[in-house]
Design a protein around this ligand. Structure first.
Ligand code: SAM
Length: 168
């Protein structure tokens, strides 16, 4: 068993043999997320923007990459759900042996590439740290990306000739 697969299978759940090399499409962690939740049982299934304050701290050399971020009220955060198992193809979310769903029909943290996403409200920037509300991850979860909300973002690059860009 892969060493990072930490949770147990429930009866009837199914796994796939993972054959992809671990070094394939390596993701670099660019920061860490501090939240009030130490265990999955206490962690919300989806974050709420009236939820508690969480702190996203960005590592060097990426702190300069925060330039301009204070111009946005909403950010899309991508994080690596590092405590997840990665071999589940069929899941029983309630653990009751009744209803099963394919992994891609769920927003479960257990997935082949355990990327979590959340739209958060940006309260303020404190140097290398974003103070936000709206997360749903464990304390210490690795950060993989930060993007301005699609609704607020307008392209900074020139138009692409011939491209029909959709609304920004
Ligand atoms: N909002 C994200 C999404 O939709 O992509 C994540 C949703 S997922 C259902 C949130 C749950 O993942 C939490 O309730 C917790 O049980 C679990 N979780 C949170 N942080 C985790 C981590 N670092 N590793 C594994 N599981 C985690």
């Amino acid at each position: 068993m892969c060493p990072i697969m930490k949770s147990r299978l429930r009866p009837g759940e199914e796994t796939a043999e993972i054959t992809a090399p671990r070094e394939d499409a390596t993701v670099q962690f660019i920061g860490r997320i501090a939240t009030p939740w130490a265990t999955r049982d206490t962690c919300p299934r989806q974050g709420r923007q009236d939820g508690p304050v969480c702190r996203i701290t960005v590592f060097e050399p990426w702190v300069r990459a925060l330039e301009g971020i204070d111009g946005y009220g909403q950010l899309e955060i991508l994080y690596w759900l590092d405590q997840s198992r990665r071999d589940l193809v069929r899941q029983n979310p309630k653990g009751d042996g009744q209803r099963y769903f394919g992994t891609f029909a769920l927003r479960s943290p257990q997935r082949p590439n355990p990327i979590g996403t959340a739209m958060v409200a940006l309260e303020r920037v404190e140097g290398d740290t974003l103070v936000v509300r709206g997360l749903d991850c464990l304390d210490g979860t690795p950060l993989i990306d930060i993007k301005p909300s699609r609704c607020e973002f307008s392209p900074k690059a020139p138009d692409k000739p011939g491209a029909q860009d959709g609304p920004t």
